[in-house]
Design a protein around this ligand. Sequence first.
Ligand code: ATP
Length: 752
Amino acid sequence: MLKSLELNGFKSFAKKSELEFGSSVSAIVGPNGSGKSNVVEAFRFVLGEQSIKSMRGKSGSDLIFKGSKTIAKLNRAKVTIVFDNKKKVFKLSASEGEQTLNLDFDDIEIAREVFADGTNKYTINNTEVRLKDIHELLASVHVGSSGHHIISQGQADRLLSSNGKERRQMIEDALGLKVYQTKIKDAEKRLEKTDQNIKEVESLRREIAPHLRYLRKQVEKVKQSEELRNSLAGMYREYLAKQNYLLNKEYEDLIKDQTRITDELSSLDSKLAVFGNEQSFVPDVNITKEINQEYELIKSLSLQKEELSRTITRLEVMLEMSEKKHTPKQETSQYVSVNKQDFEVFVRNMNVFIDQASQSQDIVSIKNIVSRIKDSLSLIQKYGEVQERVNENEQVSQDSLNSMRQELASLSVNFKELLTAIDSKQAKIRDFEKQIESMRNDFYASQRERFEVEKERSRFASQQELVHERIGRVRESRQFLEEEIREGVILVGREILSYGETILSDTNFDKTTVDEIRRNIERIKIKLEEAGASQGEEVLQEFQEVSERDAFLEKELLDLSSALESLKQLISDLKLALDEEFQSGIQKINKEFQEFFSLMFGGGSAGLSVVKKQIKKKVSEDESEEDLEEEKQQEEGVEIEVSLPHKKVRELTMLSGGERSLTSIALLFAMSQVNPPPFLVLDETDAALDEANSRRYGDMIEKLSEYSQLIVVTHNRETMSRAKTLYGVTVGADGASKLLSIKFGDAEQYAK
Ligand code: ATP
C-alpha cells in the first residue's frame, strides 16, 4: 500500500532521493550519522507531525538542508509519500460549503513542504489542503496521528515510559478509535459553541426584556388610547350630528323669524308713510282764509252798523230835541235818562269787548275787538258833539220830525238787518272754528295712532336686531363647530367626518344634552392626552418587531437547548461506544500481548489494565466546571502489568534495557496485530537485543509483515536478513546523504 517516499532538501537529504517500498519488509541500513533517522523523521514530517522536537529540530527551518562545503543551504524542504489507492480506500469528508477533494485516483500523493520562515504547505495530489485534511485522510486508512506506528530511535519504550493517559491515546489510535475522539472533540466543541450561543441568546433576551416590558406597557396604553379614541369618535359623531342639527334648526327658525319680522316692518313702514311728516297741527289755509274774510266782512258790517248806529243815535237825538220843543221839561229829563241808558250800554259793551280781547288768542279777532272799542269811543265823542248841536238847533220842523221818524224806523230796520248779518257771519266763523277744532282733534288722534305704529315698529326693529345678533351667534357657533371638527379629525381621524350619516332617531334633545356630550368629549380628550397616544403606530410597530425578535430568540433558545441535549446525548453515546470498543480492543491486545510476551521471554505474563484515575481538584460552584470535573474523573488510563518468568519483578522501571525493549516490542506488535496499520516504521528498535532475541524479533517482524508493511532502520544483521528490500544510506563527498538500493541477493550478502 505504501509505495514510495521522496525527500528533497529535507535535513541531510540535499538532493531529491526516493525510496520505493515494493516489498513487505524494507530495511534501511548505513553508518552512523548517515541520515537513516532523518528518513524516519521524513515519514513523521510528511504525515503531519507538528512537534519539531520529535524531529530533532528547534524550528521548521532546522528541517531544511543547512548546506555543506560544496552545496549551498536550501530554503525549503519537501517530502512526498505515495500510497496505492487502487482499492479506493482513502476517504475525505467534505466540510460545509466546500468541495470534496477528488480522491478517485490509483495513487494518493501526500506532500508537505516547509519553508525557511517555518511555514508549511500541504498538498494531496497536488491540491493544497489543510493539515486537518491530511489527518482525516490518514485516519481513513488507520494511520493515526499519534505516530505510534513510527518508532523513532530511542523511542522504543515510549509505550512503557509514557503515562497512562498518553498510553491510552496511543492504544486508542492503534485501535483506530481516534475517530471517536475526533468526533467527541468535535461534538464537545459544538457543545461549547452551542452553550456559548445559548448564553449569548439568553443575554440578548435579557437585554431586550426590559424594553419589551416597557413596550408591552406602551402597547397597553396605546390600546387604551385606541379604545378611548374609538369612544371619542362615537361621541364626536353624536355630538357633531346633534350640534349640527341644533344649529341648522336654530338657523332655519331664525331665518323664518327674520322674514316674518321684515314683512311686519315693511307693512308698518307703509302704514307710517300714510301719516305724512307733519310734526305739529297747522289749520287749513282755506278755512283760515274764509274765517279772515268773514272777519273782514264783519268788520265792514260793524263799521256800517256803527255808522248806522251813530246815524240813528243822531237822528234820535235830533228827533228827541225837536220833540222837546213841544214838551221841553219832560223831554229833557227823558233825554238825560236816554243818555244814561246809552252810557250803561256803552260801558257794558266795552267790558264785553275787553273780556273778549283778553281771552282771544286770535290776532284778527283782537284787532276787530280793538276796532270796535275805537268805534264805541268815537261814538261817545260824537255823542258829545250831537249834544252841543242839539242845544244849538232848536228849530226843528214837524215835518222833518215825521220824516226823521220815518227814516229812523227805516234805519232801525237796516240796523237790525245788519245785526242779523253780523250774527250770521259770526255763526259762520264759529262753524269754521268748529271745523278747525275737529280737524285738530283728528290730527292729534292720527298722531297718537302714528305713535302707536312707531312703537310697534321699534318693537319689531329691536326684535330684528335680536334675530340678527342670534344669526351671527349661530354663524359663530358654526365656525366654532368647524374648528372642533378640524381638531377632532386631528385627534381621532377622518372617520368623524361621517357624522352627517348618523341618523338621529330621536330629535328630542336640546343644547343642554349637547353641552353634556361636549363636556364628556373634553374629559376623554384629557384622558387621551394623559395616555400620550401620539406615537401609537410606532410603538405598535416596534413592539411587533421586538416581540418577534424575542420570539425568534426564544425559538432559537429552544433549538439550541435541544441541540445541546442531542449533543450531550451524542457525546455520551460516542463515549460509550468508544469505551466499549476500547475495552474489547484492550482484551484483544491483551491476548496478543500475552502471546508475544511469553514468546519473547519464554513465559511469564503481561497485560494491560484500564484504570480510572481519580483526579482531585477544587470544588467549584460553577456548573460548567463541574461538568469538566466529571469528565476528568471518568478519564481512564492504561497501565501495563508484567510478570517475568522466574522473576518477581513487576515494576516496569525495574526492567533491564533489553527487557524493556522486548516488553514494548511485544506490546507494539500486539497492538499492530489487533489492528494492523498500513505500515510500521521501526528505527533501531532492535538495538538492545541479544542474538536469541534478535531472532525472535525477526520472526515477529515476518509475522507482522503479513498485515502491515514494515520499514526497519537497523544495524542488526538478523533483522536485515528478514528484509526483502534494502536501502543503504551514506554521506557523499558533498556532505549530503545519499541513498542506494541494494538488491535482494545483495542484501543478504550485505547482511552477512
Ligand atoms: P546513527 O546510526 O548513529 O543513528 P543515523 O544514520 O540515524 O545515525 P541521522 O541521525 O539520521 O544518522 O543523521 C544525522 C546527521 O544528519 C547528522 O550528521 C546531522 O549533521 C545531519 N543533519 C541533521 N539535520 C541536518 C540539516 N538540516 N542539514 C544538513 N544536515 C543535517
